[in-house]
Write a protein that binds this ligand. Structure first.
Ligand SMILES: Cc1ncc(COP(=O)(O)O)c(C=O)c1O
Length: 379
């Protein structure tokens, strides 16, 4: 079956008890046992519940993985992946990772004996140069947030496999509709489901999609032992959101292209960062490994003051953290999503104070462009 059919039907069979076309929300913490040691497949909701099981089945199918696990946030999912490692292990990460991943690794996991190196993973040579004898994992975000650099997943997967390391790809910015890292050789895919997978900005969630039985067992053990599995209501919301993922991504992508081209031609905008523009340094890799450039873009207005004047004037685009919802969301990474990153690191990876990030929603694109244009008058 095709992607859209799978997104609607896999894991989403009608409820066998009642015929309800949409399975109910199993809002219960525990399950009665028929007799000692005998139950209907569920005993306690931290360990598992029907809504999570259904969602995980859909996620594994859409990413082309062997299994998937749903967590209470993207960060909980990512944290569980780092728990596959042992003290003394080394990880090479994209230097422009999401600020929360930078904080988790450099301020928390580093105290548990893990070592982290941050490099520009858009250069496979830099990845290779950073690898050591104890490198067990490569962690790549592509496109990167917010500078939209693209890493060549197939080339990095080859490096990982040759050196017995695990390649983890954060696919949050594109969703499996626009990019399928497992088909390109990634071993593990993570998502903040708070973004496109749910798509309606009404729950937080994360997932880990796996390709190897040994990782699958460990991640399920971590999920049920540490207790950050996603709750029934949130699983229901993400499952509902996934049913429209294909049509939403088509419209996000079309709107993203139109807005990027418009901003690129605007006199007040110094530079647009968007993999769909021919001027983007990794445009060819994006064309090769993505089904479309997506709806995330950043643009430089030259200074914090210019960005502030602009952001205080937008009306349709909401000034808010997060991305991937049906509504357009706009933010200033230097003071918002990436505030936990030291200034010198921000500067090195290209997060200037005038850099604005836009998650292009699926409103009428003329309305999004009109809102940006009226706000640019104040720059
Ligand atoms: C690319 C990326 N990965 C991971 C996360 C973390 O996800 P969450 O906020 O759901 O914990 C985010 C959050 O913005 C993100 O943008």
């Amino acid at each position: 079956m095709g992607f859209a059919t799978n997104a609607i039907h896999v894991g989403q069979e009608p409820d066998p008890a009642t015929g309800s076309i949409v399975a109910p929300i199993y809002q219960t913490s525990t399950y009665v046992q028929e007799e000692l040691g005998k139950n209907k497949g569920y005993d306690y909701a931290r360990t598992n519940h029907p809504n999570r099981k259904a969602l995980e089945k859909t996620l594994a199918k859409l990413e082309g993985g062997h299994a998937a696990y749903a967590f209470s946030s993207g960060m909980a999912a990512i944290d569980s992946v780092f728990r596959l490692l042992r003290p003394g292990d080394h990880v090479v990460l994209s230097e422009a990772v999401y600020g929360g991943v930078f904080r988790l690794t450099t301020q928390l996991l580093v105290h548990f004996g893990l070592e982290f190196s941050f490099v520009d993973t858009s250069s496979s040579d830099s990845v290779l140069a950073a690898m050591r004898a104890n490198t067990r994992m490569l962690y790549v975000e592509t496109p990167t947030n917010p500078t939209m650099r693209i890493s060549d997943i197939a080339a990095i997967a080859k490096l990982a496999t040759e050196r017995n390391a695990t390649l983890v790809v954060d696919n949050t910015f594109l969703s499996p509709y626009l990019q399928r890292p497992i088909e390109l050789g990634a071993h593990i895919v993570v998502h903040s489901m708070t973004k496109y997978l749910n798509g309606h900005s009404d729950s937080t969630g994360g997932c880990v999609v796996l390709t190897r039985p040994e990782d699958t067992e460990k991640i399920y053990f971590i999920q049920r032992s540490a207790g950050a599995g996603l709750a029934p209501m949130d699983c229901f919301l993400v499952s509902r959101g996934l049913k429209t993922l294909a049509v939403r991504m088509l419209q996000h992508n079309a709107n993203g292209i139109a807005v990027a081209r418009h901003l690129d031609a605007h006199a007040k905008v110094r530079k647009v960062y968007y993999p769909g523009l021919a001027s983007h340094p990794q445009h060819d890799i994006a064309r090769k490994q993505q089904r479309g450039p997506g709806a995330m873009l950043s643009f430089d207005l030259g200074s914090l003051e210019a960005a502030r004047r602009f952001l205080n004037q937008v009306k349709l685009c909401a000034l808010a953290e997060s991305l991937g919802g049906v509504e357009s969301l706009i933010s200033l990474p230097a003071l918002m999503t990436h505030a936990s990153m030291p200034k010198e690191v921000q500067e090195r990876i290209g997060i200037s104070e005038g850099l604005v990030r836009l998650s292009v929603g699926i409103e009428d694109v003329e309305d999004i462009i009109a809102d940006l244009d009226q706000a640019l008058l104040y720059v």
